[in-house]
Design a protein around this ligand. Structure first.
Ligand code: CU
Ligand code: ZN
Length: 222
């Protein structure tokens, strides 16, 4: 990772520093540029939203500390049972079936496995257990993901909740079945959090999904 530092800086410049201010400032807030590189914990998060007609939502937070990333996920409104849970390589949840998120995030080019296995995709987070009340909670740490910029960064990827259990062995997906919910991982802490955000995002997501369906041609679902 140290060797890629110049590249990381370039990437940070491209994504953070060199392209801010997309809007001609309605707010005169003079924010000093305080992008310190190693001071505060580096965080990112994803809001999970489901396809139209589903009430699944969730929140996934990533916090980088020293040599690892802590991952905390909350899911509500999901069918009870064991569901595969992964970081996928493309931060695009626009397709109705979320295939737009691509394959499991696998910067090392290795085989699929459980998060505790010696070899597994960096994006393999294993399974999340959803209770009878439709809620689930998952916490784990990863030494194969980062939040800060680089080849292993989760920022700009997607988190996917699957319909079935990840068997942790089948290649290349763990046979986890359809994709029930998806969220793009964005840098920074969640602004609203507190449970209000997933609901608010659901309606937005539904609109986005409709728009995407329109662009991609009629999905024929309804
Ligand atoms: Cu997946
Ligand atoms: Zn995998």
């Amino acid at each position: 990772m140290l060797r890629s530092t110049p590249w990381m800086i370039t990437f940070a410049c491209l994504t953070l520093a060199c392209a801010p201010e997309p809007e001609p400032g309605p707010e005169p807030a003079p924010e000093p540029i305080a992008m310190e590189e190693e001071a505060a914990p580096v965080t990112a998060s994803a809001h999970l939203t489901a396809a139209e007609g589903s009430e699944i939502s969730g929140q996934v937070d990533f916090t980088e500390t020293e040599d690892r990333v802590r991952i905390t996920a909350h899911v509500v409104g999901a069918p009870s049972g064991t569901h595969g849970f992964h970081v996928h390589e493309i931060g695009d949840c626009s397709a109705a079936d979320f295939t737009s998120a691509g394959d499991h995030f696998n910067p090392a080019g290795v085989e699929h496995g459980g998060p505790d296995a010696e070899v597994h995709h960096a994006g393999d987070l294993g399974n999340i257990e959803i209770g009878e009340d439709g809620t689930g909670h998952l916490e784990l740490t990863s030494k194969q993901l980062t939040v800060s910029a680089g080849d292993s960064s989760v920022v700009g990827r997607a988190v996917i909740l699957h319909a079935d259990a990840d068997d942790l062995t089948s290649q290349p997906t763990g046979a986890a079945g359809a994709r029930l919910a998806c969220g793009v991982v964005e840098a920074g802490s969640p602004a609203p959090a507190e449970g209000a955000a997933p609901g608010a995002e659901t309606s937005e997501g539904a609109e986005d999904a409709e728009a995407a369906e329109g662009e991609a041609g009629d999905g024929g679902e309804g």
